[in-house]
Design a protein around this ligand. Structure first.
Ligand SMILES: CC(C)(COP(=O)(O)OP(=O)(O)OC[C@H]1O[C@@H](n2cnc3c(N)ncnc32)[C@H](O)[C@@H]1OP(=O)(O)O)[C@@H](O)C(=O)NCCC(=O)NCCS
Length: 341
């Protein structure tokens, strides 16, 4: 059920050397949504913290958003796309059934040397992606990896369902991780600890059922709404708070650190109230929690890297700081990475 990775058995540290994000310019405000379903700006803001979300046009795709974020992360790392050796794209809104979105990102970037694949772990996809890349880097199999979280969730959102359509937006975020030899006697930077969990029994809490092998495109759907995301909001809310608290507590214990050692917790942005309620239980001061859901809504796998990139650009995370990335989402899946940036 769970998988934990600690970095001390390796000769290499998996160090984050680049970061970047991109959101499409199109904006959907709460007031726009109030013209589509029975809701209000006030209700959405107070219940979720969301004020607006970025949305794709019909001709904008997940790989395009991913490529823009990736270019910024690679440039920030001081690398060229040709030097990238591994590309992982975390997404639940892929370019098409196959090939993977990662193949299109590899094509767009011209990263001929890289092997590339997608990772479908919903909102936890970026966290899972980091832990997978961490292993390839620490084992010396690759020198660097590009990890992207990218989504076009508005393409599978039911704009007739007010309980879900208010939540989701589109965007992408990326990081580059490089293997750096460990230096004796020095504080090690990089990914310190990763932990991941899955509970397939609760898959019905959050899903999008068509079109896959259970509901193939060749057969009429028993419920046409199956082409859209379905969420059991109240159920997810409780679970999310509990799992975030548990996972962060585990990270602190395993890494033998306290909240005082942590500069920032960057959580998946699913609902500001969920994040705040987890923060309260952990007795976290407000300045250790990064929230940007007001601007982007919930962007699933893109959410953590979008927030992480913004927090760094705003100077809220600096080199040497300890940061915990944490996520919870469909699967159910959840997990965290502890990083010394
Ligand atoms: C969806 C979510 C915002 C709903 O907020 P909530 O405070 O739990 O609200 P409830 O579902 O209890 O609904 C309260 C009332 O508001 C109504 N309501 C729901 N959506 C509404 C909307 N957009 N506008 C106005 N009223 C709305 C409900 O119908 C309900 O009315 P009732 O009391 O007459 O039945 C919240 O549960 C949530 O964020 N859940 C997790 C989100 C999620 O699943 N994210 C994806 C995975 S990470």
């Amino acid at each position: 059920m769970s998988n934990k990775i600690e970095s001390h058995h390796s000769d290499f540290n998996a160090v984050i050397t680049g970061h970047g994000s991109y959101a499409p310019p199109g904006i959907l405000t709460n007031t726009d949504l109030a013209k589509m379903v029975e809701t209000s700006d006030e209700w959405i803001k107070t219940r979720t913290g969301i004020e607006r979300r970025h949305i794709c046009k019909d001709n904008e795709s997940t790989a395009q958003l991913a490529t823009e974020a990736a270019k910024k992360a690679i440039a920030k790392a001081g690398l060229t796309p040709e030097q990238i050796e591994l590309i992982i794209v975390a997404t639940i809104t892929p370019e098409m059934v196959f090939p993977s979105t990662a193949c299109f990102v590899q094509q767009n970037l011209g990263s001929k040397k890289a092997w590339a694949f997608d990772l479908a772990a919903a909102c936890s996809g970026f966290i899972y992606g980091i832990s997978i890349a961490q292993q390839f880097i620490e084992s010396g199999r690759v020198h660097n990896a590009l990890i992207v979280g990218a989504e076009t969730l508005t393409k599978i959102t039911n704009y007739k369902d007010r309980t879900s359509c208010i939540l989701f937006g589109d965007g992408a975020g990326a990081i580059v991780i490089e293997g750096k030899p460990k230096e004796k006697g020095k504080t090690q930077s990089g990914i310190i600890y990763s932990t991941m969990y899955t509970d397939g029994n609760s898959w019905q809490a959050l899903n999008c059922q068509a079109y896959g092998s259970r509901n193939p495109v060749s057969k009429p759907l028993d419920d046409p709404k199956k082409i859209f995301m379905e969420i059991k909001g109240r159920e997810v809310y409780q679970q999310a708070v509990r799992r975030i608290v548990e996972t962060i507590t585990e990270c602190l214990e395993k890494c033998k650190i306290t909240i005082d050692d942590v500069k920032m917790i960057v959580s998946h942005q699913m609902n500001a109230r969920i994040i705040e309620s987890a923060a309260k239980r952990l007795e976290l001061p407000d300045d250790k929690i990064f929230i940007n859901i007001n601007e982007y809504g919930n962007t699933s796998a893109a959410s953590v890297p979008l927030a992480f990139d913004q927090a760094i650009r705003e100077g809220k995370i600096k080199r040497g700081d300890i940061v915990i990335l944490v996520a919870f989402g469909a699967g159910l899946t959840w997990g965290a990475n502890v990083i010394r940036f």
